[in-house]
Design a binder for this molecule. Structure first.
Ligand code: HEM
Length: 456
């Protein structure tokens, strides 16, 4: 059960001087943040990162104020967005008029009606991709979970969300280049105040990967801009758009949004699904309940969207997965004018960090927060949750537009795999992720699959 943590004003932020935290930040930044968040227990934290002193807001009331009630004041700007802005320009991941225009163009792809329309295609693409696991299963070969999940997700996203305009050969260039970008961006994301003139690990590989991606993306824009055909997908929507000032389509804007959508739709889903398997390994009773539900609902069929309404436990498992591993673990904001958060003054220009990972692990918000327990999401147990006790998809005007896509996609992938195979992890995996722009496992997760004997 979620706990009522009260709304008593904190008045002063909890401070942690750098000399006490520096070695922890160097050793394990996520663990260091988690410890500080545990000690502050919902109070606003003033971090001391040397060159920058952002606030960290974990209390659901503060989160609600920043993301929703005062969203016009707390914007995506400042040092912490610099790296994103350099990479994705004025796309849907920006702020202000540019964000609004991109959102207006892309939103129709993500309406419930359109997602339902695309879901059938997604189920087909997923089942087809999961067919690829038959061979390693038949010879008992070990599979590396992250690249396997990435392949299944990319197959469905590229075929369905990008209207099948990216060929297999192009995807084979784009996907690894994007993977390089996502991993090599880590230092720049965590240390945004370090000047560009000072080299950081990964800089060169990052730049090369961006160049490779750009060659491919601009080629694609050039090929489809004037003749995108008809379709309900991201690529077609972008090519049919005009610019905010009604001028002709700008190639750079299409490229920025293609990249933003590729980043948000693939990396997040892949990583969330990667964390699933160690959790099931550590909680065999959850795995058994899942398998039983899937057996009784799906039987010997190939999973389709018609099954999803009856897969209640599958849905709860996915919700709980994102409570423990909300892969968009941190999203910064900057105050544009003086304000306060539960009595603590916040000056214009101050960065405020919001982290579902930390809020979801507060003892005063969730009972026994590190325990994996999908029954927390039984409908009768979620009724009295604070609206911002659980926010893996953010909230307010920037709330994730892909959340329905993710839910459908993750439930289909999980069900498709478990309806056909029994997974076995080679060894237990440490539950602590390694942070960058998203939450990645520290070491490769490997498993074998055994074919399930299915009876009607
Ligand atoms: C595990 C899956 C996912 C998680 C945890 C996640 C998380 C988030 C979060 C936290 C935000 C808010 C960022 C902010 O407030 O600054 C966000 C925004 C966004 N997400 Fe997701 N996301 C997921 C999957 C997806 C998918 C599958 C798509 C697309 C198909 C997508 C597209 C977007 C877009 C376009 C935005 C920006 C929305 C805006 O600013 O208007 N996400 N996501």
């Amino acid at each position: 059960m979620a706990i009522d943590i009260g709304t008593i004003p904190a008045r002063r932020a909890k401070k942690f001087p750098l000399y006490r935290t520096a070695s922890g930040f160097v050793r394990d930044p996520l663990r260091q943040l988690e410890q500080m968040s545990e000690i502050a227990d919902g109070r606003l934290v003033r971090l001391d990162l040397g060159a920058s002193r952002p606030f960290l807001a974990t209390h659901p009331d503060d989160v609600q104020q920043v993301l929703r009630r005062e969203s016009g004041n707390f914007v995506r700007d400042g040092l912490f967005w610099r790296t994103m802005r350099e990479l994705m320009g004025d796309s849907i991941l920006a702020e202000g008029a540019e964000w609004e225009h991109s959102k207006k163009v892309l939103q129709p792809v993500f309406t419930t009606r359109n997602v339902n329309r695309l879901s059938g295609l997604m189920a087909e693409a997923i089942n087809h991709a999961v067919d690829g696991l038959e061979e390693p299963a038949s010879i008992g070969a070990t599979i590396d979970v992250l690249p396997e999940m990435s392949w299944i997700v990319n197959e469905s996203v590229i075929k369905v969300l990008f209207g099948d305009k990216i060929s297999n050969d192009q995807a084979n260039v784009l996907v690894p280049a994007f993977d390089q970008v996502a991993t090599k961006i880590t230092y720049r994301f965590l240390l945004p105040f370090v000047p560009r003139a000072v080299p950081l690990p990964g800089d060169r590989a990052y730049r090369e990967a961006v160049e490779t991606m750009d060659r491919m993306l601009f080629d694609l824009v050039d090929r489809y801009r004037d003749d995108p055909g008809e379709g309900n997908d991201i690529f077609t929507a972008l090519c049919h758009a005009r610019m905010a000032d009604d001028s002709d389509l700008d190639d750079r804007w299409v490229r920025d949004n293609l990249l933003a959508m590729f980043a948000t739709s693939t990396e997040t889903t892949t990583l969330a699904l990667t964390w699933l398997w160690p959790l099931l390994h550590d909680h065999p009773h959850v795995a058994e309940r899942l398998q039983e539900e899937i057996r009784s609902v799906v039987g010997t069929e190939r999973v389709h969207t018609g099954h999803l309404d009856d897969l209640h436990y599958v849905k709860q498992v996915v919700q709980e997965l994102l409570r423990l591993y909300p892969v968009g673990w941190m999203f910064p904001r900057m105050a544009t004018k003086d304000t306060s958060l539960r009595g603590v003054p916040i000056k214009a220009g101050s960065p405020v960090l919001i982290s579902p990972y930390l809020t979801h692990r507060l003892k005063s918000v969730w009972e026994d927060p590190t325990r994996f327990d999908p029954d927390r999401f039984l409908p009768e147990r979620t009724r009295d949750h604070h609206r911002y006790a659980y926010f893996p998809f953010g909230g307010g005007p920037h709330q994730c537009i892909g959340r329905h896509v993710f839910n459908v996609e993750a439930q289909l992938i999980l069900t498709s795999i478990l309806s056909r195979f029994r997974p076995r992890l080679l060894e237990a995996v440490p539950a602590e992720p390694r942070i960058g722009a998203t939450l990645r496992p520290r070491s490769p997760i490997q498993m074998t699959l055994t074919r399930v004997r299915r009876t009607a």
